[in-house]
Design a protein around this ligand. Structure first.
Ligand code: GLC
Length: 573
């Protein structure tokens, strides 16, 4: 059956222009247009020295996997010097590597090998905060200029009994007050995340310059762009107004207790992002490199996301995580996808985030029956696919007890609510094979436990199996390279109440159609009638549990979709 699949794939790629040698040598300014970005969580990817913690040499050793999976770029979650209070998102030196991950030399080796393989490298740029162990913060505590103003310091309030209180009611994303008293400076500092992550002050021009220098430092070391962390948290209103209550039934110190009108999505953010984008573009023009991608993390509304496009950057599209889930209906998916595609400015590139290190794994969020649905959907929709390491083999969350919990988001929530907040379940080591610690480490003790299911669920096994999540993933990354997916028109349609269809058409290059059955029971679809696609079609790829075979011919006016199945059809016409 898979030989049939490869025949059909041959048909798909045979058509359409291949880049000429001359074109290939030119600057590739928008290499990301229909790319697959693969997120690596360095701590959990591959341990090369047996200490139970992933590292840079481990990643370098496994780079062929990124290529083999068909991804175009990798994004490394933070690798910088850090006390690891938020597992690397608390940075004590923005231009050096965490000891346990390696050295700058190891980083250079990683980039050099990635370049040889033709894989782009994106770093995680964390502008909102540093670590409280950063030199800047230590000097800021001592009011040494210019560092005294690099952070958000405020006097406290005096309470009714003369006691000292935080300046206002703002809460940390990880729960409890966002203000921490510093005895030495005798002021509070603001931290949107953990106490060890003091917020940087973007109203200070010197700090802004320092952070631009950080971007330049890494561009000079050869990186192809940045994923920008928590960008919509960069500014808070200067008058420190209390935030209003959200009305949600959560404890008073839970972040969701308030509406974050004054600490998120402030307009000044867009000015800073515009200046970074200019910095990247100037670097590209000056050094004649391929384009540098900036892709931003902001869990926010569509209009606020679109504002990032208007300053030349790319906001992550989190709809598959934040707005849709395994209970969503075909019409919910259609509406959300339409809303995004209708809002995106002409000429801008869309993206579809399948999973990341902050959210439950896609196979867990969407459940066993639907775990391939987003692999297929993100592949057929126009633009960039963003996947998290392990998504390509269908890794699932590992349940954690409170005693095992190490993520500060979980620890802060306490024993009764940690399971609602902890991100440990989706961060367990990558499952390479059935050997010790899933081939992640030679040590049996790893920083987070390996999921029990690794003996059966692992990459090596899926490479051997004729049908697997991994083989399906490879088929979809290949599909993204075809002209019809790169340039074709996009239609998001319904084919009956329970079937979502995405049709891509390009004159002379064929038609690719995705059908997703949102019911758990089989449905019959007249895809010809509903979608007006050509009568002659074959299956290009289908969800693993559907039982549908790639290469099989399909009667388009009478397709039977098994319960919860997703299938991609290809027609030459
Ligand atoms: C982002 C990261 C998350 C981190 C937080 C604070 O949301 O993705 O992992 O905890 O920022 O840096």
């Amino acid at each position: 059956m898979w030989s049939l699949f490869f025949v059909s794939f041959g048909l798909l790629v045979g058509i359409g222009a291949q880049p000429t040698d001359k074109a290939a040598k030119q600057q590739n300014l928008d290499w990301w247009k229909t790319s697959v970005i693969y997120q690596i969580y360095p701590r959990s990817f591959k341990d090369s020295n047996g200490d139970g913690i992933g590292d840079l040499n481990g990643i370098t050793e496994k780079l062929e996997h990124i290529k083999d999976a068909g991804a175009d770029a990798l994004w490394l979650s933070p690798i910088y010097s850090s006390p690891q209070k938020d597992f690397g998102y608390d940075i004590s030196n923005f231009t050096d590597i965490a000891e346990e991950y390696g050295t700058l030399d190891h980083f250079d080796q990683l980039v050099a090998k990635a370049k040889k393989l033709g894989v782009k490298v994106l770093l995680d740029f964390v502008p909102n905060h540093s670590s409280d162990e950063h030199e800047w913060f230590k000097k800021s505590v001592k009011r040494i200029k210019p560092y005294d103003e690099y952070f958000v310091w405020r006097d406290g309030k005096i309470g009714p009994k003369g006691e000292r209180l935080p300046p206002n009611n703002w809460l940390s994303v990880f729960g409890k007050s966002a203000w921490e008293w510093n005895e030495e400076r005798k002021q509070y500092f603001y931290h949107a995340f953990v106490v060890g992550q003091p917020d940087l002050n973007y109203r200070n021009p010197k700090l802004r310059q320092e952070m631009e220098d950080v971007l330049t430092f890494w561009m000079k070391r050869g990186v192809d762009g940045f994923r920008v962390d928590a960008v919509n948290h960069m500014f808070e209103v200067a008058n420190l107004r209390d935030e209003p209550r959200s009305g949600k039934a959560v404890p008073v110190d839970d972040y969701d207790f308030l509406d974050h009108t004054y600490t998120r999505d402030l307009n000044e953010t867009y000015g800073v992002v515009a200046s970074w984008q200019k910095l990247l573009d100037n670097f590209v023009a000056q050094h004649k490199t391929d384009g540098k991608l900036m892709i931003l993390e902001a869990y926010t509304s569509i209009p606020k996301s679109m504002q990032f496009y208007s300053v030349g950057a790319n906001p992550f599209n989190f709809m598959f995580i934040a707005d849709l889930n395994q209970n969503s209906k075909a019409i919910d998916f259609k509406r959300k996808i339409d809303d995004w595609l209708n809002a995106i400015p002409e000429g801008k590139v869309s993206n579809w985030v399948v999973g990341n290190h902050d959210n439950h794994r896609v196979a867990t969020r969407y459940g066993e029956k639907r775990e391939d649905q987003l692999t297929l959907l993100s592949a057929i929709l126009p633009g960039i696919t963003v996947v998290y390491n392990g998504d390509e083999i269908g890794m699932v969350d590992r349940p954690f007890t409170y005693a095992e919990t190490v993520d500060p988001a979980g620890c802060n929530a306490g024993p009764d609510r940690y399971h609602l907040k902890s991100r440990d379940p989706e961060r367990t080591p990558y499952q390479w094979d059935a050997t010790t610690s899933a081939g992640f480490s030679t040590s049996t003790k790893t920083w987070l436990p390996v999921h029990d299911n690794y003996k059966t669920l692992n990459l090596a096994a899926q490479k051997k199996d004729a049908v697997s999540h991994y083989k399906l993933f490879q088929a979809t990354t290949k599909l993204k390279k075809t002209p019809v997916i790169q340039k074709g028109r996009t239609e998001v349609l319904l084919a009956g109440e329970n079937v979502l269809a995405v049709v891509r058409r390009l004159s002379g290059q064929g038609t690719v159609t995705l059908l997703i059955n949102f019911s758990d029971k089989p449905v019959k679809v007249d895809a010809k009638g509903w979608l007006n696609i050509p009568m002659k079609a074959q299956i290009y790829a289908a969800s693993v549990k559907s039982g549908l075979k790639a290469g099989a011919q399909v009667k388009v006016d009478d397709v039977t979709l098994p319960g919860a199945a997703s299938v991609i059809l290809y027609s030459r016409a």
